[in-house]
Every structure is written in C-alpha cells, then in structure tokens.
Design a protein around this ligand. Sequence first.
Ligand code: ASP
Length: 304
Amino acid sequence: MNRIARGSLLGIEHMEAAEIVGLLKLARRMNPFKPRPLLRGKRVLLLFYEASTRTRSSFEIAAKSMGAMTTLVLSSGSSIEKGESLLDTAYTLRAVGADLIVVRHPNAGAPLLMAKHLDIPVVNAGDGMHEHPTQALLDAYTISRHKKSFKGLQVVIVGDIYHSRVARSAIHLLSKFGARITLCGPPEFLPELATSLAPGLHITRSVEEAARKADVIIVLRVQKERLAGMKIKLQDYIARYQMTMTRLKLAKRDALLMHPGPIIRGLELTWEVADCPQSVIVEEVRNGVPVRMAILAKALGRAR
Ligand code: ASP
C-alpha cells in the first residue's frame, strides 16, 4: 500500500483527539486581520470538482493572508472537462509547483487516492458522502467559543444525515470528546445503519423529541443534488422536520443553532430561525478562516 503524503488531512475518523485539540488551539492564535506570513513562498492549489462558496473562499483567504500564492482549478473550464483523470490532474498540479492541494470531489476517497500518490499534503474539502473534516473542525471551534466542554453536551443533528459528509465528520469529532449525539430525520435520510458511525448514537424520527433539552442543534441542507431515485416529498419533509421557532424553543435557552451552509430558507429552516439570536451560522463561516489558517500552517509544517 502507498504511504499517505505527510501533513494530509483526509478525515476526522482516524484523527487522534490530541491532534484535534492542537489544531483548535492553533486556530485561536490565528488572526486573519493580523496574519503572520507563515506560508510565504508556498503555493496552495485549490482543486474543486463540486460547487463551493464558504469552503473555497475561506481556504483562499486563509492561504493568502499567510502569504501563500493560491491557484484555483475548477472542473469546468479545466482539462477535467476533457476527460483527464483525477491522478493525472494531481500530477499536473504537482508539476506546476503545488506545495499543497485542497480538494473537493463528488467521490468518497478521492483525496485519499491523491494523498497516496503525491508527496505533498492533500486537504479534504469534502469528498462525496464521506467526510468534510475542515467543517467539523470549524464547528467544534465555534461550539468551543460558547460552551465550556464537549463532554456531555447534547448535540442534535437534524435532516439529511444520509447524504451529509458534514454530519459524518461532526459525529466522529464530537463523539471522540464525549458529546451525546442524537440524529433526527425521516428513514430515507436517516437509516438505522447510521448508528454504526459511532458508539452511543441515539436516533429519533421526532424533531420535537430531539430538540428537547438540546445544547446544540445542527440543521442540515437537503442535498437535492444527491437525491436521485429517492421518493421523499419536500412538503412532507418541511411539515415534519423544518426547524421552526416553536421547535427551537424546546431546546435549552442558550442552545446554539448551527448549519454548515448553504442554508435554504423555507426548506430545512425558517427565515426567522436563520436570523434568530441563537443562530451562529454566520459565525461558523467567519471561524472557517482561522481554522483553515491553522490547518494549512500545520499541514505545511509552519505551525508556530
Ligand atoms: N457545504 C457543505 C458541504 O459541502 C454542506 C452542504 O453542501 O449542504 O458538504
């Protein structure tokens, strides 16, 4: 088996808790408005085969603010459209001088494949329905700004868990630190099998039951691009699972309302919920920058 390129960040599942704590501490020292030139002279390639707003822009700002040069390669408008394979694209980017590649890909395992064939770090910016480790890290960072400890924290994840790499990474991360996780959604979006992701996961079909006493509620987007063949009716979903103020009020008074974005107002949450005082959705986006600064600095051996 090929070795995985040193410094790569491919998923949360196999990360040590100490490594996660180290990254979160490093992120606290990162100030995007007073950055240190830790990555001067480095070239960061952003390779995106799927749409992205937050992840892409925050990686770019994180890299640039530390003095790195960045280049964006999208699947449309590049040789990927002509049929170039993932590995050939990766070798090309290495040949033009990439020191690190951030990749988002519709297939689970694409970043791992690249990391096995390259000698530079690969950072997973979301691979299919597998993992989105940098989102989990920025969510953990956001939670840690509001809550004393993850241990015993009642975290509820509502919605399209089946298709969600965000849910998978969050479950792996929060369960390593003793959070009590409840997953909530209709059977199509939440098969019983989901409990095998981590020990002690609780499943409920009732959003009211899930919300009761929650410290953190993470609402997920319905991933329409991955729904092919599913019979779920959006109207039914909205009636039973949409996060409304009435449902949110069942949670603890200081509960955090989170969402990885993009939010679809009127579908998985109401307008009012998106903008309510408990919502930290914009803060999650903002925290993406220092967290990704820490991830890049660490991956390139420049963490100080
Ligand atoms: N932005 C997140 C992701 O890329 C969540 C989403 O798209 O719904 O996985």
